[in-house]
Structure formats: structure tokens, C-alpha cells
Design a protein around this ligand. Structure first.
Ligand code: FAD
Ligand code: DLZ
Ligand code: SF4
Length: 522
């Protein structure tokens, strides 16, 4: 047991790492760890049921492991009497219980929570020491320094810096292994017929997870998503097993089929490790080193390994730095002035658009969809249809088990919606049905025809694409990566253009707006 006036170390639900900065080097007999299940966090948006199960179960397992290792953990359950249901309220109660001489806390993943933490020094009589979250390889300060004075924030430039700094996939004379920095052009194969990726391991819920499943079923019945089957790793051991399975059987084809989509096959060759990475059960750099070894040992080709490493020390680190650089403004950016409400079918999955229906099914069943589904099906639709950014942000934050605002918001505001006005992506990722047809097997059995351009049976992405291009001509025509498209549009002539615009408008007019209350309590 800790002595008098110990150090209080609050650990949040995405900080489930034994080597967390605020815990590292602390003496067990002088530390009380505080973990809190609070209503505020479970409902600031109405998270997918499996996301809440994941966090609560992972928190309870982590607390049990810490106790087993000799730490004192003060764990507040959601249903405990007197639970104040906010981080600040619970820390206040813990300060009364333990009379700490100081609070040591690792910086929060989300801006919203960081604002609360920054009020603690004024609220509590003891000292509050804030620790940078060094589970990310690039600190917020280092990213700021990198971004300082740059005209464009290009992920590729940042990524190359990270490769050099971490000496990953680099030759001894400082060149990228294989001669190129980026093998993205080899990572765009359409799916092969009969493709049969190895199964992702399922983790059978144990007694702790079962108890949490029951709790979530009782307390959050109206939240989006299926509660069961629940298959996510909830301990670092399970997460390591999931990583082992990826490195043993799926990394080889991860690269080539990264952008492929197959109806009913939700995981393909993806790692399925984001939920574990984001709550702290896996270490990002360790995964990259394992990927590098797979290449060195001849177990995976360079395009797969480089692609995987780029997603982690490239995109993942980049969006996190970008988020902290641009918050809080990023949340309210709406450069394209998109005002349409989210359609109801994003929540129900009831749409004849087969690609969207499949992505929403997987999202509802597993709290997951893979990257290209999030980007080029769901995201592309939101962009083309002009859905209001806040509604899109809420949707993505609710529905994915790996969603935290630091990673969701740059992807939504920057990558899919161009709501940041082009700070993250140099052009909007707008595409017609053609792209989805090329990269998936969705279209063959769709009620819409991907080859039809206009009219009731035309794939809605086709007219929506031109509707989008036409309504944003003023902004996009001068963009050297998109501008050329307008020559095609002009060549079509007025009648064809009118047919596109009318088809798109008829489709948009037929969209039923989502009822209120799916994402947030009204
Ligand atoms: P893999 O395909 O195996 O990729 C490996 C890892 O790379 C992932 O686990 C993830 O940590 C990282 N990664 C890949 N792409 C990105 C990216 N664009 N940004 C950040 N990290 C990336 N990822 C989240 O973790 N949380 C989110 O809330 C989230 N929201 C997204 C919203 C949109 C609109 C889009 C387009 C992408 C979003 N992503 C998000 C990124 C990506 O879709 C998921 O990380 C990925 O699908 C997770 O599955 P996986 O672990 O099998 O990934
Ligand atoms: C996502 C989530 C949920 C659903 N519930 C909790 C909780 O009750 N307690 C907790 O510590 N963390 C939870 N989380 C994760 C937090 O929202 C996450 O740690 C913050 O967003 C980080 O800034
Ligand atoms: Fe999606 Fe269009 Fe293909 Fe149907 S035809 S699956 S709506 S891209």
C-alpha cells in the first residue's frame, strides 16, 4: 500500500500502456493509479456499443494486470454509487480519498479532454505534472517545428523525415531500401476472383468482457451497432496474438490488395490492429520494426512492408501532428460550405447502393470498415453529396471502435471532405462509380448500373461526381491536379450536362435526412 500523500496517476481509456510516460519510473509504494469509467466519455457521442465494450473491458483487464504486478489501482466503475461521471469530477473525488501531493498525467489524446486536464492546476490544491505522450514517435512540439514555415504540409515529406530519423527501411548510406521511398503505385491491385485471405483471429469474450457486454447492453441500448459477436483483442497479450497472426499470414499481400474491396469480406489482408494501437495495447514503432524484419527475412515483399510502415509512421503520426496543429479550428472548418444532413441510411444501412450497404453492414456488425471503404465509398459519398462536416465527424467518431478525434477528424475534415480547404490533401478524393467498380466486386449485383451515367438506374456516384465538380468549379478549376477535368465537362455540351445535374439533384432530393439523436443525445 502507498504511504501518505502519494502521487496520483490518472490513466485514461486510451492510455493502457505499462510504459506510459506518467507511470514510467514511479515507485509502487508511492503511487495510486486512478482509472474511471464515466458517463461523459461514453456518451459525448453515442459510441458504437462494441467501442464501449472494448474500452471498458480493456480498462478492467489492464487494472487487473497492474494490481497483479503490485500497483495500487483505484478503479471507478460506471455503476459505482457517487460516480461523478466526468474525468475532472472523478479526479476531484480521488484527491479527497488519497490526498496526493501531486497528480502525474500523460497528455490526452483528444483536445476536448486536454482542455479539462489543463484546468486541474487551478482546481486542485496539489501540483499537476503533465507528461508528453511518447507512445507517438513524433511529439506535438516536434511536429510543430517540422510544420513551421512550410507552405504545404505534405505527408510524404514528413514520412521521409520519420524514416530517416527512426532509421527504418534505410540503407547504411542513408538511402531508402529498394531505391524508392514509396511503393504506393504497386499497392492498387483490384481483388482477384476467389481471393481467400487467412482468417483474422477472434478473441472469445472472457468473464470480464462478458460482464461488460451485459453492462453495455443495459446502459446503452439505443447506441448504434451490434453488441455481439464481440471479437476485438482486449489485453496486450491478445493484441500481440493478433499482430503475430498478421505478420505470419497476411502482411505478404497487405500491399497489393490494400485498396481492394470484396462484398462480405471485411478484413481482407488488413492488419486489424488499429483498435489495439489506439488504446495503447500495441506499440506502433514495435509493429514497424516487426514489419521491417519480415522484409529482411524474406517473409514479405517491400511494397507490403513499406506500405504498412507508411500507414503508421507516416499517416498515423502525420494526422496526429496535424490535429494538434490545427485544433480547435479544424472542427468547424467547412471550406466547401456543405450543408446537407446525413442521410438516415448511413445509420440503418437501408440503401440500394450495394457498396454503401456493405460498408455500413460491416460498420454496424464489427465497428470496423477498412480504409478504402471509409475513404472511397463512405467518404466519397459524403463529399459528393455535400454532407455537413460536423455530421460526418460525429458519424465516424461514433461508429468505429478505433475512433478518437485526433485520428478521425483529420481523416474526415482533411482527407475525405476537403473541409480544411486543402491543408491535408492537395485535392478532394472525388470519384465516380468507375473507381468503385474497378476496385471491388460490388457493382455486378447492384440495382444501379455503374455504366449508366444519368437517369434513375444510373449509379448515383456518376451524376453526383459531376454535380460536385460543377458546383465547386470556382474553387477547383485552378487546382492543377483537378482543373483539367473541366475540359471534359465543357466538351459534353449543355444537354448532357443538364442530364447529369438533374439526375444528381433528383437523387439528392430523395435522400431522407437522419433522425436526430443517433450521434448525440438530443
Ligand atoms: P491497416 O490497413 O492494417 O493499416 C495499418 C495501420 O495504419 C492502422 O492500424 C492505422 O493505425 C494506420 N493507418 C492507416 N491509415 C491511416 C490513416 N489514414 N490515418 C491514421 N492512421 C492510419 N483510423 C483510426 O485508427 N481511427 C479512426 O477514427 C479513423 N478514422 C478514419 C476516417 C476516415 C474518413 C478515413 C478515410 C480513415 C480513417 N482511419 C481511422 C484510418 C484507417 O481507415 C484505419 O486506421 C484502418 O482502417 C484500421 O484498420 P487496420 O488496423 O486493419 O488498418
Ligand atoms: C472512448 C472512451 C469511453 C467510451 N469511455 C471511457 C471511460 O469511461 N473512461 C476513460 O478513461 N476513457 C474512456 N474512453 C476513452 C476516452 O474517451 C479517451 O481516453 C479520451 O478521448 C482521450 O482524450
Ligand atoms: Fe456502388 Fe454504383 Fe457500384 Fe452500385 S453501381 S455498387 S452504387 S458504385
Amino acid at each position: 500500500m502507498p504511504g501518505e500523500n502519494p502521487i496520483l496517476v490518472p490513466i485514461l481509456g486510451d492510455q493502457l500502456t505499462r510504459t506510459l510516460a506518467s507511470l514510467r519510473g514511479r515507485a509502487k509504494d508511492d503511487t495510486v493509479i486512478l482509472m474511471m469509467e464515466v458517463w461523459d466519455e461514453a456518451t459525448y457521442v453515442k459510441h458504437h456499443k462494441q467501442k464501449i465494450v472494448l474500452i471498458f473491458s480493456a480498462m478492467r483487464h489492464f487494472a487487473a494486470e497492474l494490481r497483479e504486478a503490485g500497483w495500487t489501482v483505484d478503479y471507478v466503475r460506471l455503476t459505482d454509487a457517487d460516480n461523478a461521471h466526468s474525468f475532472t469530477g472523478e479526479v476531484a473525488r480521488a484527491v479527497e480519498r488519497h490526498a496526493p501531493r501531486a497528480i502525474h498525467v500523460t497528455e490526452a489524446g483528444e483536445w476536448r479532454v486536454q482542455q479539462q486536464i489543463e484546468e486541474w492546476p487551478d482546481k486542485f490544491a496539489c501540483a499537476v505534472e503533465l507528461f508528453p505522450d511518447d507512445r507517438f514517435v513524433c511529439s506535438i512540439a516536434d511536429f510543430r517545428e517540422w510544420a513551421e514555415g512550410r507552405k504545404d504540409l505534405t505527408m510524404e515529406h514528413f514520412y521521409r523525415e520519420m524514416r530517416k530519423r527512426l532509421d527504418i527501411l534505410m540503407t547504411e548510406d542513408g538511402k531508402p531500401v529498394g531505391g524508392d521511398w514509396n511503393y504506393d503505385s504497386e499497392n492498387r491491385k483490384p481483388p482477384k476472383k476467389g481471393m481467400d485471405p487467412p482468417q483474422v483471429p477472434d478473441f472469445e469474450p472472457d468473464a470480464i468482457t462478458r460482464e461488460v457486454i451485459d453492462l453495455v447492453g443495459e446502459q446503452f441500448p439505443d447506441h448504434f451497432g451490434d453488441l455481439e459477436p464481440f471479437r476485438w483483442p482486449v489485453t496486450s497479450d491478445e493484441a500481440e496474438q493478433a499482430a503475430d497472426a498478421f505478420f505470419a499470414a497476411r502482411i505478404e499481400k497487405f500491399g497489393p490488395y490494400q485498396d481492394a474491396m470484396v462484398h462480405g469480406q471485411d478484413d481482407l489482408y488488413h492488419s486489424m490492429l488499429s483498435t489495439s494501437l489506439n488504446c495503447g495495447l500495441l506499440d506502433p514503432l514495435d509493429l514497424c520494426r516487426r514489419a521491417e524484419r519480415a522484409y529482411e527475412d524474406g517473409r514479405a515483399p517491400l511494397n507490403s512492408v513499406e506500405g504498412f510502415i507508411r500507414q503508421i509512421i507516416g499517416w498515423r503520426e502525420f494526422v496526429r501532428g496535424f490535429y494538434w496543429l490545427l485544433m480547435p479550428g479544424l472542427e468547424s472548418d467547412n471550406a466547401l460550405n456543405a450543408q446537407r444532413a446525413m442521410p438516415e441510411f448511413f445509420w440503418t444501412g437501408e440503401t440500394d447502393m450495394r457498396c454503401l450497404a456493405d460498408c455500413i453492414r460491416s460498420t454496424r456488425e464489427d465497428a470496423h470498415a477498412h480504409h478504402i471503404q471509409r475513404l472511397m465509398v463512405l467518404g466519397n459519398f459524403c463529399l459528393l453529396a455535400g454532407i455537413e462536416p460536423r455530421e460526418v465527424q460525429d458519424w465516424y467518431l461514433v461508429v468505429y471502435a478505433d475512433a478518437y478525434q485526433w485520428v478521425e477528424l483529420p481523416n474526415v475534415s482533411g482527407m475525405i471532405l476537403y473541409a480544411d480547404g486543402g491543408k491535408l490533401a492537395t485535392k478532394p478524393y472525388a470519384a465516380s462509380g468507375n473507381y468503385i467498380n474497378k476496385m471491388s466486386n460490388y457493382c455486378k449485383q447492384c440495382r444501379y448500373s455503374v455504366s449508366k451515367k444519368t437517369g434513375e438506374d444510373a449509379c448515383p456516384f456518376n451524376p453526383l461526381y459531376w454535380h460536385f465538380m460543377d458546383r465547386h468549379r470556382d474553387r477547383l478549376e485552378s487546382n492543377h491536379r483537378v482543373g483539367r477535368i473541366y475540359a471534359n465537362w465543357d466538351r459534353m455540351g449543355e444537354e448532357k450536362q443538364r442530364a447529369y445535374l438533374d439526375s444528381a439533384q433528383a437523387f439528392l432530393d430523395g435522400l431522407q435526412p437522419a433522425r436526430k439523436g443517433w450521434a448525440r443525445e438530443e
